[in-house]
Design a protein around this ligand. Sequence first.
Ligand code: ATP
Length: 242
Amino acid sequence: MLLIQGLSKTYRGSQTKAVDDLHLDVRRGEIFGFLGPNGAGKTTTIKAVVGLLRPDTGRITVDGTDVWTSPIPAKRLMGFVPDTPEMYDKLTGRDYLSFIADVFEVPADQRDKRAAELLEMFALSDALPDLIQSYSHGMKQKLAVTAALLHRPSLLILDEPLTGLDPRSSHLFKELMRSHCDEGKSVFFSTHVLEVAERLCDRIGIINRGRLVAVGTMDELRQKAASGESSLEEIFLELTRE
Ligand code: ATP
């Protein structure tokens, strides 16, 4: 579904690579968790995948479509929710969804049905006539996820989606990720919440100082860690030790 080959990125003025020769694949129907310490390169990788940050080297494809040479077809395949969604504060939630549906050319007869399902699930329908500036953090996150799913993307990409969400919202997000994958689609998300990653993800990748230090199922990660039978927290601490 998502294939990253040899991705490297050095920011201007920096001596070190933010991402260093990263190879990764996210398979159809799986939830892939992307973990790493602060500054490890997660957001840089995600920005390169969704076309926001041009890599120095490397190739990124979604379902075989190159993200950088075929940006529009690639973006049709992806839905993206950044860590702090930038939305238009002076639009109402309804206008924002309508704008996003226009951008992605979602047929008029499908957009309302799709939005309604998600908005009902998120209990956000009543807030739709309100300006986004009146929304709480969690409400903005839910609106951003709704917008990202309007065009039914094959790959949902989320940068730290659970930060600041209440337990019910967090539960809903996790259910949504699983149901997305149950439809044969995929989820790629970064998180610092190791308990969630351990329980939710089919496979996990751990990045440290721009380099992928481990990838696999929980069982495969346990085998890789010298300590043997361990929790994801212990494996993470071992593999990212300075
Ligand atoms: P966190 O968990 O803290 O969000 P992250 O894994 O997402 O971290 P990145 O934001 O990808 O990490 O940062 C990777 C490296 O790139 C860090 O060393 C960071 O300082 C650097 N970096 C990130 N954005 C920029 C930028 N716009 N300009 C210069 N350096 C940057």
